[in-house]
Design a protein around this ligand. Structure first.
Ligand code: CAA
Length: 445
């Protein structure tokens, strides 16, 4: 069977940042701990006036192609996943291809281009599409370029405002990949839900508390579905578990439930029994209500055990390092989490070749997907090629007034004179509107 997976990855953050504890919390009259401890976020990334989903996506893709020494002829499809698209007909991938053609030799005239929509899970769905295309033998030796790009902005005053972010992840999906091989096994949890949606509007309508519950419910279904094809999982099976990360506090909730599920009927449950008892089983109690109370009590105790804390520190915490600095990137978020985990473990000198990841993607509306990945021999070189630290450090730090201005500039319902806080440097920039309402771009040396 062909080995197919992610060969290379590049991450492009918006050029601005907002400090949530120092700048946002005081202006909102909130305790900084709500953001840093509760949500688990330190800073959010924002796009400068000349940045949008096209510039960020094209910049990430350009860096990836240059680093891998690729020409347009090497790419057989370009898929963009986004929930921030500005056109109901012309896909963002055509804009990104146009940008790349400005700076690369050759063109993408024989690449199949599209745009994927299912909230944040669309990034993973696009990777899937690429995987299936290669496994079907339709790629003619070429790779797929997948770009997950979003400006995750909420209406001012919405509780989601604290979780905003902007950035793009470009991934090359190929045969014999250098970074991770994808498992053929997948699990899905999917249902018609009204938790977070954008009915032809720029900013989302969100039922925040419900969205958290829907995330957990669909993720649980996806895990059970995954186990039905791949077999029961054990916490020690996976080196890292990157989840979709709207904010790290969400992953804290999901990870605890996942751990509880995975230790059932294992030696870990047995070893913990003296300390916190065994997990309640539905058949042992009279009613659903009594079961829910009992399982909640067990989960509260499990959260404080050393076994859980150690597993969380090793397997989950490394995946959250970048999210804490950038906020939610919607379609890119789970792919940022994978890169973050590998980056942290590379810095600590781990040898991960042959080790496995379990990846939990989620999109509101709602669908979760779970699959496994096997880390490939080229992983360290790939991850060390990312300049994550310097890109995060180079962001311009906004005052609260500047943040308000930036939000207005990107608000489609407002006419705001755009002030730029940074100067584009070796990157694509928005260059105004064309006669048919199309957006125009130029590469700034
Ligand atoms: N110190 C420490 N912790 C504090 C604190 C303080 N001073 N103040 C509050 N907290 C804690 C709270 O206890 C809470 O933690 P728990 O959930 O563990 O109890 C956490 O900080 C957040 O506080 P609130 O619940 O009061 O925050 P909120 O109601 O203002 O907003 C939210 C939370 C509803 C999730 C909101 O951020 C939101 O609507 N976000 C957008 C929707 C979202 O991201 N949903 C996630 C699932 S959907 C998804 O994943 C798709 C997607 O990308 C959007």
């Amino acid at each position: 069977m062909k080995s197919v997976g992610i060969d290379a990855i590049e991450i492009w953050t918006g050029n601005l940042e907002l400090d949530l504890a120092e700048t946002f919390a005081p202006a909102m009259g909130e305790d900084p701990g709500k953001y840093t401890k509760g949500l688990g976020l330190l800073r959010s990334s924002f796009p400068d006036a000349y940045e949008d989903i096209v510039t960020m996506g094209a910049n990430a893709a350009h860096r990836l192609m240059e680093r891998k020494g690729l020409e347009p002829d090497d790419i057989g499809r370009i898929d963009v996943a986004t929930e921030s698209a500005f056109d109901n007909s012309k896909p963002v991938s055509t804009y990104i291809a146009g940008c790349l053609e400005e700076v690369l030799d050759g063109d993408f005239h024989h690449a199949n281009k599209g745009e994927r929509k299912f909230a944040c899970v669309a990034g993973t769905q696009s990777v899937d599409d690429a995987y299936n295309w290669i496994r079907a033998g339709r790629n003619r030796g070429r790779s797929a370029l997948v770009v997950a790009t979003d400006t995750a902005l909420y209406a001012r005053g919405d509780p989601g405002e604290a979780t905003q972010g902007a950035g793009a992840v470009a991934m090359l999906v190929s045969e014999d990949p250098d970074l991770v091989e994808l498992s053929a096994e997948q699990g899905y949890g999917s249902a018609d839900e009204t938790d977070f949606l954008k009915p032809n509007q720029q900013f989302p309508s969100v039922d925040g508390k419900r969205s958290v519950q829907v995330y957990l419910a669909r993720m649980r279904e996806a895990l059970e579905d995954f186990e039905s094809v791949a077999g029961a999982i054990h916490p020690d099976d996976f080196e890292l578990i990157p989840f979709h990360t709207p904010f790290p506090g969400m992953v804290r909730k999901a990870a605890l439930l996942g751990f509880r599920h995975a230790i059932r009927d294992t030696e870990i449950e047995d070893e913990l029994a003296a300390e916190i008892g065994r997990q309640p089983r539905r058949e042992e109690v009279e009613s659903d209500e009594a079961y829910l109370d009992a399982i909640k009590e067990y989960t509260d105790k499990l959260k404080d055990t050393q076994a859980y804390l150690d597993w969380y520190e090793d397997t989950i915490e490394p995946t959250l390092a970048i999210a804490r600095e950038v906020g939610n990137w919607y379609t890119g978020s789970v792919h940022v989490a994978r890169a973050s985990g590998l980056w942290q473990l590379a810095k600590e000198g781990h040898d991960l070749t042959g080790k496995r990841l379990l990846v939990g993607s989620y999109g509101s509306g709602a669908q979760a997907e779970i699959h496994a990945e096997t880390i490939q021999p080229g992983w360290r070189e790939e991850i060390e090629a990312l300049e994550i630290e310097s890109r995060l450090e180079d962001r311009y730090s906004l005052t609260f007034e500047e943040y308000e201005h930036v939000h207005d500039v990107h608000n489609h319902d407002k006419e705001t004179e755009a002030e730029e806080f940074t100067t584009p440097d070796s990157e694509f920039a928005f260059d105004g509107w064309g006669r048919m309402g199309e957006r125009k771009y130029r590469y700034v040396e």
